[in-house]
Design a protein around this ligand. Structure first.
Ligand code: NAD
Length: 258
């Protein structure tokens, strides 16, 4: 039995991941705004630090797996705070707990949106760890309306996938023997997408942006099962990857450009 910390555990992909881990006999400490073992707001530095500290305490000091699913997609500055800083800081705060495991693993949820057009300035501010500047840049984008504001989401995921790539080979992660990877879903059927998938217009918009020739929209379990493997003892050598599990969206959009 392993002990996992899962953020965003109350809904969608996080809830499915918690369910899959528990079904396999593991212990899960969930973090979410509401309806979780640890209730915290990951949009703030204090919320992130307190959530990680409380989760380590509940885990009895040893965290075998850390999985960050919490995220939002609104065209607002909070999206960079939750999706980037809310992931990077929680995982970093969990490092002392992971260090006590004999097979520590970590994984995060990026998105195929990490390949979409984004704001290079916002990606750079995030990777520099400058949350004040990132929030200011995101605020400028959001002020230009929802279409430009939408750029905050793909920017948050591009920055996250790039952070995973860099951090995974650093002394803190690779040096500590912790495989760190990301998964990139296509369109997952969860409360995040429910509104969009409700109408034919919304579905057409989503499908134009995220073409999924293989099996179309995916259940959260398709991502949960991948997260379970990435954070299992079986994964000894995969590091720094963003695994596109997206019904072929990446293969369609990026084609031969790899
Ligand atoms: P969801 O809305 O069902 O679940 C997200 C969870 O994150 C919720 O329980 C929510 O309360 C929590 N959360 C949001 N803000 C928080 C905060 N400030 N502090 C703590 N918890 C917070 O959405 P989902 O579809 O399961 O999304 C999970 C992850 O998958 C997100 O990172 C999302 O960007 C990513 N993703 C989703 C899709 C999709 O199509 N649904 C596609 C690609 C990537």
């Amino acid at each position: 039995t392993r002990t996992y910390v899962v953020t965003g555990s109350a809904s969608g992909i996080g809830a499915a991941t918690k369910g899959a881990l528990e079904a396999a006999g593991h212990r899960v400490i969930g973090i979410d705004l509401r309806g979780a073992d640890v209730e915290a707001d990951l949009s703030t530095p204090e919320g992130r630090a307190e959530a990680a500290a409380r989760a380590i305490e509940l885990a009895g000091g040893v965290v075998d797996g850390a999985i960050a699913c919490a995220g939002i997609s609104a065209p607002v500055p909070a999206t960079i705070a939750v999706n980037y800083f809310g992931v990077v800081e929680v995982l970093t705060h969990l490092l002392p707990g992971l260090a006590k495991s004999d097979a520590p693993r970590a994984a995060v949820v990026s998105s195929m949106a990490s390949l979409q057009p984004n704001s290079a300035e916002l990606v750079e501010a995030a990777l520099a760890g400058d949350e004040a500047r990132a929030l200011a840049v995101a605020g400028e984008l959001a002020a230009q309306g929802p279409e430009v504001g939408y750029l905050v989401y793909p920017s948050s995921k591009r920055a996250l996938s790039r952070w995973v790539r860099r951090a995974s080979i650093s002394p803190e992660w690779a040096g500590a023997g912790i495989p760190l990877n990301a998964v990139a879903p296509g369109t997952v059927i969860t409360p995040m997408t429910a509104g969009l998938l409700e109408t034919p217009e919304g579905r057409a918009m989503v499908d134009a942006a995220v073409p999924m020739p293989l099996n179309s929209h995916q259940p959260p379990e398709s991502i949960a099962n991948l997260l379970v493997w990435l954070t299992s003892e079986q994964n000894t050598h995969m590091a720094g990857q963003t695994i596109y599990c997206d019904g072929g969206a990446d293969a369609t959009l990026r084609g031969d450009d790899i």
